[in-house]
Write a protein that binds this ligand. Structure first.
Ligand code: 8X3
Length: 256
């Protein structure tokens, strides 16, 4: 119970890596602040988190793309939830897989607004309190895609490259404070990621993971848990992980 009673804010907590992270922290007895847009799904994660051992759960209906709503949500947290110890900037998505010169601007904007601007808004709202309290840890969800661009994914990869740069810049700006900053950078993870990317096309989504063993959301949650439970003087800057069937963004092994 290394995180017993710690207040952990997880964005995008209603599914995938966010939900798995919520359950992993719950098992450590953390107090969970779960934020997402889909209130119904979030309520299910909240009740599972309580079953898994969360000390308490507080859910926030939040779209990280809305700067004012983000600031308001943090400003208006009940007093007993205000002192956030760990922020997991998980909310993010991919939309579309096509050549840059035929891509949809709406898809680009959704990714940029969520993966970059949303991450910035939440960070900007939460980190000042961490600095004042002299404790905190920010975990940003990056990707192998942020390290190496793949064809048809330029904008998604660019958002993850931006997340990595923001992660590293924030760590520089927090130098001299005890606040830690970590980027967790998974490769292919089987969640709703591809379903969202392909606007709900299940056939296309299933093809992405055909013939390979991808990471699971729980694998990534486990890495997050590891990063935040190092001794206080240890800052894991970046942690890159893939399944055994993936070497990097471009090199993937599929069984016939
Ligand atoms: C997820 C990694 O390669 O599926 O960010 O886009 S990939």
């Amino acid at each position: 119970m290394r995180l017993k009673g710690k207040i952990v804010l997880i964005t995008g907590a209603s599914a995938g890596i966010g939900a798995a992270t919520a359950l992993a922290f719950a098992a450590e007895g953390a107090r969970l602040l779960l934020a997402a847009r889909r209130a119904g799904k979030l309520a299910q994660v909240a009740s599972r988190a309580l079953e898994h051992g969360a000390a308490a759960v507080h859910s926030i209906d939040l779209d990280v793309r809305n700067r004012h709503a983000v600031q308001r949500a943090i400003d208006e947290l009940p007093e007993e939830w205000a002192e956030i110890d760990i922020l997991v900037n998980n909310a993010g998505l991919s939309r579309g897989l096509e050549k840059l010169y035929t891509g949809r601007a709406e898809d680009w904007e959704e990714m940029i607004d969520t993966n970059i601007k949303g991450l910035l808004y939440v960070t900007r709202a939460v980190v000042p309190g961490m600095v004042v309290r002299r404790r905190g840890h920010v975990v940003n969800l990056g990707s192998t895609a942020g390290e190496m661009v793949y064809p048809n994914g330029a904008v998604y990869c660019a958002t993850k490259a931006a997340a990595r740069t923001i992660n590293d810049g924030l760590r520089e700006d927090l130098l001299g404070t005890p606040v830690r900053v970590t980027s967790i950078e998974p490769g292919m993870v089987e969640t709703d990621f591809s379903l969202v990317r392909f606007h709900g096309d299940t056939k296309k989504a299933a093809k992405v993971y055909k013939g390979l063993t991808p990471l699971t959301a729980e694998d990534v949650a486990d890495a997050i848990l590891w990063a935040v439970t190092r001794p206080e003087h240890v800052n894991v800057a970046r942690l890159s992980l893939t399944s055994i069937h993936q070497a990097n963004s471009l090199l993937i092994h599929r069984e016939q």
